[in-house]
Write a protein that binds this ligand. Sequence first.
Ligand code: HEM
Length: 447
Amino acid sequence: MPAVPSIPLFKVLPNVLRTARRPIEVFQEYHQIYGDNLLLSVGGSRRTHLTADPEVIQHVLQRNHRNYDKSEIQATQMAKYLGKGLLTNTGQPWLTQRRLIQPGFHRKRLDSLVTEMRAVIERQCAQLDAARAAGSTLSLHGFTRSAVFRIIARAIFTDGFSEQETMELNRTMDAIQAFIIYPVRMPFLRKPLRWIGREGKYLAMATSIRQRLQERIDERRAGGAQDDLLQMLLDSRYEDDGTPMADEQLIDEIMILFAAGHETSANALAWTIWLLLQHPEELAKVKAEIAAAKTLGPLDLDGVKNLPYLTQVIEESMRLYPPAWITDRVALGPDVANGYAIDTHTVVGIFIYGLHHNPRYWPEPERFWPERMSAAAKKDRHPYAFLPFGAGPRLCIGNHFAMLEMQLFLAQVLGDYTLELTTPAAEVGVKPYITLHMDREVGVRVC
Ligand code: HEM
């Protein structure tokens, strides 16, 4: 059995701070030296099998998924602030919740969300009209982030939050998510963060969001039923005893839907627009496709099928800049994956960014090349070489929701407006928080 190359501690330790700040750069360097699978201690403590190998990833996420659970990063550290919703829950409680929530993301449900999504996007485009009229610039990420936060807020609470409350909620969620990376990436900072009151500050923020959510839930119970995700969660009943979800659990699930469902899509949209503004040929193709699709009928769940090239562009953008750039599992028992031994308790770091840039599966991995996402090209590739939404039983529950909102958003924005970058020559790098951000503010002008 081949041994997984292990990076000696004396090589990992000097890189601890650089790994905390620029983990992607460091992990990519390790993969170049040691291959697709390697062992290291992240943050100087956890024994991690880092992998950019689609065979190992398929084994862990799908073939032998029962031998793996979420590590303490998601199940404890993130759960502390965001609660035990689908993303952070584990074992049988996760499965029970997944079965209950899955119908909320079925096609019929998405179909009824199209009108809401389009209404939010249209209102959001008023910002583009205003910027054009005033000759002012917009923050690209700020624009996409507020759009998708409004979409997820409307999908959960059709009647819920005022505009001001939505934006406040957005700011608070973003602040919590930005803070979480410190205790996650630098375990040695956990106690100091508690001592200096930082942990308490963000826990208090999470508590204030939870209180607001509880108020909205109480209001809904007192008022009439609506056609939204909250209602679906309120009306659902556990198969075994027919009871409804407890409010604490309901709030956990809503927290997670907000957290998992907005930064990811907001980053994917910002990267996609930024890429297209630098690739005029591909942008022209996208615009022509959108114009043609609009003549064929309304852009709804069926209408977006007339946007195959735009879909390839979104996929290629998520290959280059996967919003969820890494995830992990911990081995419950000893295992062998693609010939490599994985010991009990080993954390498997599924390095999605590394997988998507692996030259063994992606020729010219740094090139933006949407044609490689055509159906024909996909047939010849390892099915686990492209995993923006994860895979196996814990595949992203919001994957179709996300694709739909991104297609609708881009069709509207790119179809109706001409955008340009305020500083087209400026380099933009990656900033890996929990999701993959741009490392600087990118401004756009509306012509
Ligand atoms: C471009 C957008 C998105 C990307 C790239 C993305 C990516 C992912 C990935 C990679 C996972 C799996 C994590 C793992 O296996 O450890 C995941 C899980 C999840 N995502 Fe998404 N996501 C996106 C949008 C959304 C949206 C819009 C929602 C909700 C409306 C959502 C809700 C969730 C939830 C609840 C889970 C946990 C599922 C479970 O474990 O059962 N995501 N997402």
